[in-house]
Design a protein around this ligand. Structure first.
Ligand code: ZN
Length: 286
């Protein structure tokens, strides 16, 4: 859910002349070295849920066991990198390194998983279209992905009320010892028209982009919620019959400020541009 921490691909190229190969070999040896303090870890059960979600959105298949995982303890960012990365995929060795502050941030971990599945840098097709809302993609990820498509002249502009909004819980019966207690609230926005539309979102009440997808869950006095923003314009441009979605990660127990919820029965609501879904009730089991 945290919206920082992009990655880039580390490539050790081939096909250079002999003269620069020597220098390249040195550079590759250096960048292949893990950050100081990195510790290997076995992916916890929720990583299998997140891997399956990334496979599903990308249309690609791979084995989670083929990825080697490392964490840098006691840090929000991977040290030694000016881009303030929370995670990083190393093509060499198919390694993923995460800062401890993001080790259980589903959208960031799925972002790194998408690198491992595509074995490629950020592309608009995978990071903002197929897996948009499933993996975090802001800042450098958006820049790498190139400009959003331009709607054809005459594409109607509509209010969010013209979009069908729904909310779902996946897995449908969360908790119960499955996936380490992690689950997701999935908010979908569907254009029912047989033609493309651009949705005009209300401006935000701060300096940031407009709010797009929102979720909230409530049980008595306990509640949690979050609003995503239109960091990339394509989130407002719907093709005929297109469905977009945004995924919010929650889990049993833990810090409520980081998606932790007590066991209980909750009502979930979703919205796109303040146009709300019908509520949905679910039970989070111990
Ligand atoms: Zn990345």
């Amino acid at each position: 859910m945290l919206l920082y921490g992009m990655t880039f691909r580390i490539r050790c190229g081939a096909g250079f002349t002999f003269v620069i190969l020597a220098a390249l070999a040195t550079a590759c040896a250096e960048i292949a070295t893990l950050p100081a303090g990195s510790e290997s870890f076995v992916p916890p059960p929720e990583y299998q849920l997140w891997w399956s979600m990334t496979e599903a959105c990308s249309g690609l298949r791979g084995s989670l066991a083929d990825v080697d995982w490392y964490v840098v303890p006691n840090t929000a960012y991977i040290p030694g990198n000016s881009r303030e990365l929370g995670g990083e995929w190393y093509e060499q060795g198919n390694r993923i390194i995460v800062a401890s502050g993001d080790q259980f941030d589903g959208s960031l971990v799925r972002h790194e998983m998408l690198h491992a599945l595509t074995r490629a840098n950020h592309t608009r097709l995978q990071f903002l279209e197929r897996c948009g809302g499933v993996v975090v993609c802001v800042d450098a990820c958006i820049k790498d992905s190139g400009p959003p498509p331009t709607p054809p002249a005459g594409t109607p502009h509509v209010s969010p009320g013209h979009i069908d909004v729904d909310v779902d819980i996946e897995p449908a019966a969360p908790g119960g010892g499955e996936f380490g207690g992690y689950f997701t609230i999935v908010v979908t926005a569907h254009n029912p028209a047989a033609h493309a539309v651009v949705v005009d979102l209300l401006p935000s009440d701060d300096d940031g982009p407009s709010e797009t997808f929102t979720f909230s869950v409530r049980s008595g006095s306990q509640s949690s919620g979050y609003s995503d923003r239109a960091y990339d314009a394509e989130v407002t441009y719907f093709g005929p019959g297109e469905t977009k979605r945004d995924v919010f990660d929650l889990h049993l127990a833990g810090d409520p400020a980081h998606g932790g919820l007590a066991a209980g029965t909750y009502t979930a609501n979703g919205a796109y541009g303040a146009h709300g879904s019908a509520p949905k009730t679910f039970t989070l089991s111990q």
